[in-house]
Design a protein around this ligand. Structure first.
Ligand code: FES
Length: 566
């Protein structure tokens, strides 16, 4: 029996399939589409425009361009909405809603009659949510990103969201610029459609989607407003129709090898710490486990090659002009699994067959002349974080790599907000700031790990301190910051035991983070710490009962890979 295509797929259950097909067709005709087109295979276009998502402002043009490609290749495009997550418009944090968007995406792809789907996302959580949904729905899928913003200008200086937002905010807090200037800069940080214009989480996830093989080659870095982005969208439309004729499923593309390639690329581009959580969640949908030991091996073998903010100088527009992700993959080609396959049916070896004719070495270094010899991110462990924590060494201060210091503890986000700038706060430059109860269950794991330098220290010139938390950090941020401490304090992780005045030792060389107390004292203290209460109803209740810890990608426990029922 041939598999049903197009409108005949997945009929509504009325107990009479012929009637269901008849009824569907008659309603579809009300959309004013010819019978000839209605009988074609269907490509869904998961679109995510929203008045609360500035990064997806260019979505309508992209949907048009994908539709054009689909029609030209002989299928019927049907766009449909899913929820959209605009990073800075969501409270308490977009991370709480990533899994909701992944569920929305998976279910709408599975429930509606489409033979293949193009997913268009961009802002931080949208691409991981779509990749998670794609992995679980497992029909032919291509990921398209909205692309990065272009830079703005302030007094002759290029600015881009959002490393420069943080840099100038730091200057404002340190009294180096006044209120009038910070207000003027506000209008110059995000000046075009598209995602943050540095190697933040959105750009990192775009590079990861392409390295996995889920996006067209060379599509990750094209600026949002560039004509080539629309051409890439049209090509995506054509390519997805080929995938209907010759299916390659997400489960064939996202494999142990392609996930490992994506981690390699993550290290070489010195991408966002968030990508570790997201890629772990995507892999987890297909039963692929990510080991911290392997992550560290990959990091130690893979140099940082990309000179972009927040760790370097350039912006995504420079990365695109310099050669983009292809140029990076060429440099680390000998470390990659070249037999992985992408959405156009090519192996990575085939994609990288042609040498680069030119690369701008200001922004993409050669393997032999890297920015640093080792990768940007490592996993650290110790009695504060028995299940691990993440450290972005590429964005940190090397003089703080081997330190022992006194802990200055904030019990939760509210305590931090209330006390960090208190002139009476007992804090010195070589102390270690600790934030508790900002993990997945306690607080939805917001990007609060970039604890502000207490104002009184910032004003005396302190630029960086060691900071530890169970929170995340924006991919656009920088500093000596240990994140994703697991298990989190709110569920009884040892981070909860740290008190102001304790001593903490941090070592990049040993990849360790330890509270200098004996196990018995830590256990006694933990016995008296209150646990986080679960919200009584609604999505928040589901979230806090089922969200996994960072080493498992913060997915819901019931969404990770499960063997099909027999
Ligand atoms: Fe959307 Fe940064 S706020 S990518």
């Amino acid at each position: 029996m041939t598999k049903k295509q197009g409108l005949k797929r997945g009929l509504t259950h009325y107990g009479d399939n012929e009637f269901a097909a008849y009824l569907r067709k008659s309603f579809a005709r009300s959309m004013g589409i010819s019978n000839e087109l209605l009988d074609k295979p269907i490509v869904g276009i998961a679109m995510t425009p929203s008045g609360f998502n500035s990064c997806h402002r260019g979505m309508p043009e992209l949907v048009d361009a994908v539709s054009r490609g689909v029609l030209a290749a002989g299928a019927l495009p049907r766009e449909f909405p899913t929820i959209s997550l605009g990073e800075v418009f969501l409270s308490p944090t977009s991370m709480v809603y990533r899994n909701l968007m992944a569920m929305d995406t998976e279910e709408m792809v599975s429930a509606q009659p489409m033979d293949a789907v193009v997913m268009i996302g961009g802002c931080d959580k949208t691409v991981p949510a779509q990749l998670m949904g794609a992995a679980s729905a497992n029909i032919p899928t291509i990921q398209l990103v909205t692309g990065p913003m272009s830079t703005g200008r302030h007094r002759g200086e290029r600015l881009g969201a959002c490393t420069d937002c943080r840099r100038f905010w730091g200057k404002y807090r340190a009294n180096e610029i006044d209120e009038a200037e910070i207000a003027a800069i506000e209008g110059k940080l995000s000046t075009t459609s598209g995602t943050c214009g540095v190697m933040g989480t959105a750009s990192t996830m775009a590079c990861i989607a392409e390295t996995l093989g889920m996006s067209l080659p060379d599509s990750a870095a094209i600026p949002a407003v560039h004509s080539e982005r629309l051409v890439a969208a049209e090509e995506t439309g054509r390519a997805i129709v080929q995938l209907i004729n010759k299916p390659i499923l997400p489960s064939e593309i996202i494999t142990e090898k392609s996930v490992e390639n994506a981690f390699r690329a993550l290290m070489a581009i010195s991408g966002s710490t968030n990508a570790i959580v997201h890629l772990t969640a995507v892999a987890g949908r297909l039963g692929i486990k990510v080991s911290p030991t392997r992550l560290n091996e990959i990091s130690d073998e893979t140099p940082v090659l990309v000179n972009l903010k927040p760790v370097g100088e350039g912006y995504m527009e420079d990365f695109f002009a310099a050669g983009g992700l292809r140029a990076v993959l060429h440099e680390i080609k000998h470390l990659l699994h070249l037999d992985t396959i992408n959405v156009v049916g090519k192996t990575l070896a085939e994609v990288l067959e042609e040498p680069m004719d030119w690369v701008d070495r200001n922004y993409i270094k050669s393997f032999d002349n890297p920015i640093t010899d080792v990768g940007g991110l490592i996993s650290v462990k110790g009695n504060i974080a028995p299940d691990g924590a993440i450290f972005k060494r590429a964005a940190a201060s090397p003089e703080l790599f081997e330190v022992e210091g006194r802990a200055v503890v904030f019990e939760d986000l509210e305590d931090l907000a209330n006390r960090v700038d208190d002139p009476d706060l007992d804090v010195e430059a070589n102390d270690i700031l600790v934030l508790k109860n900002a993990g997945p269950v306690a607080a939805g794991m917001p990007e609060a790990g970039y604890l502000p330098i207490p104002k009184k220290l910032a004003r005396s010139g302190v630029k960086d301190m060691v900071r530890i938390s169970d929170a995340r950090m924006s991919g656009t941020a920088f500093g000596t910051i240990i994140l994703h401490v697991s298990p989190e304090a709110g569920i009884g992780g040892p981070l909860a035991a740290v008190e102001s005045g304790d001593r903490i030792r941090f070592s990049v060389k040993n990849k360790s983070i330890d509270l200098l107390l004996d196990a018995e004292t830590i256990a006694t203290r933990l016995k008296h710490k209150p646990r986080i209460k679960t919200p009584a109803r609604g999505y928040k209740s589901l979230y806090s009962k089922t969200v996994l810890q960072a080493p498992d990608g913060c997915d819901f426990d019931f969404l990770v890979h499960a063997e099909p029922d027999v």
